[in-house]
Design a protein around this ligand. Structure first.
Ligand SMILES: Cc1ncc(COP(=O)(O)O)c(C=O)c1O
Length: 188
């Protein structure tokens, strides 16, 4: 195989991200090493969503045990690990139900749909407005780039979903002025 470098990314991958020049190849705890064996401390943790470190023996054992049993099922089936985790989460938190998804964009997309559906069912279709803040980022689906406050991620994909208002971040008076009887959610 040809040598894999950061420039391989520019050659063969769609540029919806702009990754760092260094390519991490292994990790242990809070540390990662690049292709040249340079050592780094990983302060990012998957932008704070996977802050479990690298190569933890219990996590590795759990992944290996599952890999020996069953890999992939469609939505036509449920599965024991998902049911076990959902039970743990509902027992440990305020939530009655769990929604599992594969990315932050999907989580936020689901949240925006959920607030609209709740408002629709309980107050009527006109209560659909979402308030968001300039410079915010909520994911790369059409709905989440529309709620996000950075036009550069939206441009070229219009028409965008409507009913979304952006107010300047840290301006409480602008936020108060934007909230009305038709507001169904505020995302910050
Ligand atoms: C604040 C915030 N929300 C949502 C997302 C979207 O998450 P994902 O990349 O997992 O879809 C990101 C990703 O960078 C983010 O930083």
């Amino acid at each position: 195989m040809t040598e894999l470098t950061r420039s391989t990314f520019d050659k063969v991958m769609v540029p919806n991200y702009n990754p760092q020049p260094m390519i991490p190849v292994r990790g242990d705890g809070a540390r990662v090493w690049d292709q040249d064996d340079n050592e780094f401390i990983d302060f990012a943790g998957g932008i704070a969503v996977n802050v479990v470190g690298h190569n933890h023996p219990r996590l590795v054992a759990a992944i290996k045990a599952q890999a020996d049993k069953l890999w992939h099922l469609s939505n036509v089936y449920t599965n024991e690990p998902a049911l076990a985790l959902a039970s743990k989460l509902t027992e440990a938190t305020f939530a009655d139900k769990v929604f599992f998804c594969n990315s932050g964009a999907e989580a936020n997309e689901a949240a925006f749909k959920l607030i609209r559906k709740y408002a629709y069912d309980n107050f009527g279709p006109e209560k659909n407005e979402i308030i968001s803040f300039t410079k915010s980022f909520h994911g790369r689906t059409l709905f989440t780039v529309s709620v996000g406050g950075q036009p550069k991620y939206r441009e070229g994909f219009e028409p965008a979903p409507g009913g979304i208002t952006h107010v300047p971040f840290n301006d409480i008076e602008a936020l108060k002025a934007a909230i009305s009887d038709n507001t169904c959610g505020v995302v910050m």
